[in-house]
Ligand binder design. Structure first.
Ligand code: MOS
Length: 716
């Protein structure tokens, strides 16, 4: 057990410190930072899914007024490391997917660059390609390991025997489609090369990740790459690792004679260049006693990866540890296709990997004649079935019970298709949620004390802290860590943590983040950011007090990295939750509405209830999109996602969202370090689509196993 840092600012719903800047439109995003005499880049994308470029005619493009140059694989600077084929931009004639960069125009205006890009003529030698995900594909393969380093296949206990002897077996196939991250700010970079240092003002979830990944690609020392990202308009994983667009911006900057280069992907280009969630095909079997006690479970998942770069999503991770079942088996097979590179999207693995299992649990509850909450309670466990370790803090049962009470679960009809209200079939559904605590230790924070000189501003031009108008002579603590606030509220939460770590009021903290010139910070991903950076700031605060005491001299400075968590090896550190949905399905049109959606979470200590609530309801809303709308449709004949814009790829809009709410239980995890927080960015989306699908079944009696729940599926 670790003693928690006492909370004074922690736990308060402090308004976002960067909120006013954002509302006023003055928070600079990646291509809005001042830049002198910039060039604008517009790329040319491949129009074949696989093959080779045999010729490029750039004459017409070069003749467009204002065009500075046209980059192709024939004239682009050579990269030092081309092993990552996603990042090996303009390094050769090979085409690995449709929508890949094959050329780029640099021009004096964005319009000229775009016009000229359209005038570039590329000739190809087209080869046969494969772009369809097929569970019977004979070329499916077993990856060496899955994302997060886990085994693709596992088997524990007598699975085959349990299925033979079980009272009740549920078996079905569930499908989740490809889905695209659609942050409001597109992937965008302002890049500049001064002959010594490549500066990338980039829309990223991790400045140090971009620096560390791209320095060797460009053949530069890490000290020669600086990445700046004070404000980021969302990411959801798609900005967790640099994609090819950042490399292209850098290549162009190397050729721009010192001028800055501005490059923002268009929304359409994001559908082939910024990652997306793999589709999954999940064959699930559950074996249980008549009373619902699980005896065995299995999941065989098929998903896809790009030929040019393997991404093996950890879809089976959650079912392995979610419920007590003495026998468990999972397999993972990949289809390597000539398609855009898939990557992280909010709760990769856990999110699609909980959809099938949590709908299967609903089917098992019905087969056993049990309430679906009761079935989950009967299979709850305080021991991680996968590792045999105890859970540090597992409050799934409390989340389910609290949610049931709050949501009015007792009004749910036990049998499906019972309530037709004004032409709408109505029902309720539930699903569990889980997400691991992926604490990242590789962080460092620096704290400096200066005499009171007024609030000043940080690198981003944001106000230092709420109420920072009147810093007194007591001085200010500058807290530096290269963290990224991608819209989560990390800036605010970390300032609160720093205040408590130093035991000073909030307005004496000046937090600086979003720059790789600041001390090393891990990615804003895996819901690990605020918890990991916060632990680092606490360590730095302790170091500062140890070095300089309570009355430091101006200029006093310390830095530290977080201590190892002694509990990490002994316990499974994991968050839990429960989702509740009310669904109305129009009896005539099949239209699906979700008037109420509730998530109840146990995620450790909540640093800021205001920004935390935003994270949770954001996750729930994204889960609603997954349930009802989102599907990236691959036309395998061409290897292209055909609905590649926000008109045809619908993300939830205000009209789709009615009453979405989030609650959490007091859960200060004593094994999650002094901060006691486990992360909240992703658990909000895990399980919400299953709750909605289960509610749609309760409403209509029609079991839809394939997402999204489009109206046609309810018009049998
Ligand atoms: Mo998030 S998908 O872990 O960046």
């Amino acid at each position: 057990m670790t003693e928690l840092l006492p909370a004074r600012e922690i736990g308060l719903g402090i308004e976002r410190l960067d909120g006013v800047l954002k509302v006023k439109g003055t928070a600079p995003y990646a291509v809005e930072h001042p830049a002198e005499d910039p060039l604008f880049l517009f790329p040319v994308l491949s129009t074949i899914a696989r093959g080779r470029i045999t010729g490029i005619d750039t004459a017409a493009a070069e003749a467009v007024p204002g065009v500075a140059q046209v980059l192709t694989h024939l004239n682009a600077p050579r990269l030092a490391d081309t092993e990552d084929r996603e990042l090996a931009v303009l390094q050769g004639p090979d085409v690995g997917f449709r929508g890949q960069f094959v050329a780029a125009v640099l021009a004096e205006t964005a319009e000229a660059a775009r016009e000229a890009a359209a005038a570039v003529v590329v000739r190809y030698d087209d080869e046969p390609h494969r772009a369809a995900l097929d569970p019977e594909d004979p070329e499916l393969y077993k990856p060496e390991e899955l994302n997060t380093g886990i085994e693709p296949d596992t088997s524990d206990g007598d699975v085959a025997g349990a299925f033979i002897s079980a009272d009740i077996v549920v078996e079905a196939v569930y499908r989740t489609p490809a889905e695209h991250n659609n942050p409001m700010e597109p992937h965008a970079t302002t890049a500049q090369w001064d002959g010594q240092v490549l500066t990338l003002i980039d829309s990223t979830q991790g400045t140090h990740v971009v620096k560390g990944t791209l320095a060797p690609v460009f053949g530069l020392q890490e000290s020669q790459v600086r990445v700046i990202a004070p404000h980021v308009g969302g990411g959801f994983g798609s900005k967790g690792m640099p994609h090819a667009n950042v490399v292209l911006a850098g290549l162009a900057a190397l050729r721009a004679g010192g001028r800055p280069v501005r490059f923002a992907l268009t929304r359409q280009q994001m559908f082939s260049l910024a990652g997306y969630r793999t589709p999954t095909i999940q064959k699930i079997r559950l074996a249980a006693d008549r009373d619902g006690t699980l005896q065995a479970l299995s999941l065989d998942v098929v998903e896809q990866t790009a030929v040019i770069k393997e991404f093996a999503e950890q879809t089976p991770a959650p079912i392995r540890m979610m419920y007590a079942a003495p026998a468990r088996a999972t397999t993972t097979r990949l289809a390597a296709l000539d398609i855009p590179v898939n990557s992280w999207m909010r709760a990769p693995g856990e999110c699609p990997g909980m959809y099938g299992p949590e709908v299967a649990m609903d089917e098992l509850a019905e087969a056993c004649g049990l309430d679906p909450i009761e079935l989950r309670l009967r299979n709850d466990t305080q021991t991680d079935p996968e590792t045999g370790k105890p859970f540090a803090s597992r409050h799934l049962a409390e989340c389910l019970r609290r949610g049931a009470e709050h949501f009015g679960w007792e009004r749910r009809s036990r049998r499906p298709r019972q309530r037709l209200v004004d032409g709408w079939w109505t029902g309720m559904g539930v699903a569990s949620a889980t997400y691991p605590f992926m604490a990242q230790p590789a962080n460092k924070a620096r704290i400096r004390y200066d005499a009171g000189t007024g609030p000043g501003t940080d690198a981003a031009g944001a106000r230092a802290a709420a109420g920072a108008g009147g810093l007194d002579s007591a001085g200010v603590y500058t807290v530096q860590i290269g963290a990224a606030d991608i819209g989560t509220g990390a800036w605010t939460a970390l300032t609160q943590i720093a205040a408590d770590a130093l035991d000073v009021p909030l307005d004496r903290i000046r937090l600086q983040i979003g720059d790789s010139a600041l001390p090393l910070a891990t990615v804003a991903g895996g819901s690990s950011g605020t918890a990991s950076w916060g632990a680092t700031i606490i360590a730095a605060g302790e170091q500062f007090r140890a070095d300089h005491g309570e009355a430091p001299s101006p200029g006093a400075q310390s830095e530290a990295s977080p201590p190892e968590n002694p509990a990490a090896g002994e316990f499974t550190l994991q968050s839990f939750g429960a989702h509740f949905a009310e669904v109305h399905v129009n009896a005539d049109t099949g239209e699906v509405r979700v008037p109420r959606l509730l998530g109840v979470f146990s995620a450790g200590r909540i640093i800021n209830p205001s920004t935390a609530r935003s994270q949770f309801i954001g996750g729930l809303t994204m889960g609603l999109g997954m349930a009802l709308h989102e599907e990236s449709v691959m036309d395998a004949r061409f290897g292209i996602f055909v609905n590649h814009d926000l008109a045809e790829y619908h993300v939830p809009a205000h009209a789709d969202i009615l009453d979405v709410d989030a609650l959490w239980i007091e859960d200060e995890d004593p094994h999650a370090g002094k901060l006691g927080a486990r992360g909240i960015g992703e658990i909000g989306i895990v399980g919400s689509a299953a709750a909605i699908a289960n509610a749609a079944y309760n409403a209509t009696g029609i079991r839809v196993r394939d997402l999204p729940l489009t109206p046609d599926r309810f018009l049998a």
